[in-house]
Design a protein. Structure first.
Ligand code: ADP
Ligand code: ADP
Length: 225
């Protein structure tokens, strides 16, 4: 159970300051939603935490250890994207097991682990299909399993539900919440939806113009004047 701490985290793209020295402590195991207008720096923040984007300044601590210069696979974080980004030519099982294959885990073990994760997201029975043979919601569950197979301490979600129809969106919310409770890991979820944040979050962070404008329990943040 490792807390995630951002200290003076900064991202500059040329003259643009996308993230301007943010400080925040994420308690282990919480579900945190990150809200704010387009362009305020949410994705850049997530990508820096995940290691998909270099930090310009400041640091990212996980359990007190500075992970800000480690490669993505060695940070204890995993990221799930809006568009799922499954490999179209790989089976569902091979998609989920992909990161284990990169690490050199032998086929029988990585297949067994992939099947466990598919069961966790209620997708057992689909292991041999191709992504194109699945619905959007099913592809998304596979993407979740693929992110979780690395046993992250922190799961980063960049608008994971925005491509789903309203019915599926509500179902996936419940799934995400269940996974948080079962796994006990930290969820950091970027969303545009206030209702989504209210339904999911233990804590809400509102960013504006590259800074954190507000942070606290959902009700306090939305009731504030
Ligand atoms: P959000 O996720 O809140 O929409 P982003 O983190 O995507 O915000 O973007 C924050 C700011 O940084 C915006 O002004 C955006 O145009 C800029 N930005 C994001 N990514 C890049 C990039 N790769 N190169 C240059 N500017 C970028
Ligand atoms: P978001 O959905 O977070 O708003 P965008 O659609 O702004 O994301 O950005 C999508 C991709 O384009 C990201 O990889 C981001 O880094 C890149 N990007 C965003 N803004 C810029 C920019 N001003 N210049 C170059 N790349 C950018």
């Amino acid at each position: 159970d490792l807390d995630l701490e951002l200290v003076g985290l900064t991202k500059r793209y040329g003259d643009t300051v996308a993230v301007d020295g943010i400080d925040h402590l994420f308690h282990a195991g919480r579900y945190v939603c990150l809200l704010g207008p387009s362009g305020c720096g949410k994705s850049s923040t997530l990508r820096m935490i995940a290691g998909h984007e270099a930090v310009s300044d400041g640091s990212i601590l996980l359990g007190g250890r500075d992970v800000s210069h480690l490669p993505p696979a060695r940070r204890g974080t995993a990221m799930m994207f809006q568009n799922y980004a499954l490999f179209p030519h790989l089976s569902v099982r091979d998609n989920v097991a992909f990161s284990l294959r990169m690490k050199g885990v032998a086929a029988p073990e990585r297949h067994a682990r992939a099947d466990e994760l598919l069961e966790l997201v209620d997708m057992d029975g689909y292991a041999d299909r191709l992504p194109a043979q699945l619905s959007g919601g099913q592809q998304q569950r596979v993407a979740l399993a693929r992110a979780l197979i690395t046993k992250p301490q922190v799961l980063l979600l960049d608008e994971p539900l925005s491509a789903l129809d309203p019915f599926l969106r509500i179902r996936m919310r419940a799934e995400l919440k269940r996974l948080q409770r079962e796994l006990g890991i930290t969820f950091l979820h970027v969303t545009h939806g206030q209702d989504e944040a209210l339904a999911l979050a233990d804590e809400i962070i509102v960013m504006n113009e590259a800074r954190i404008e507000q942070a606290g329990p959902a009700r306090e943040v939305f009731d504030a004047p």
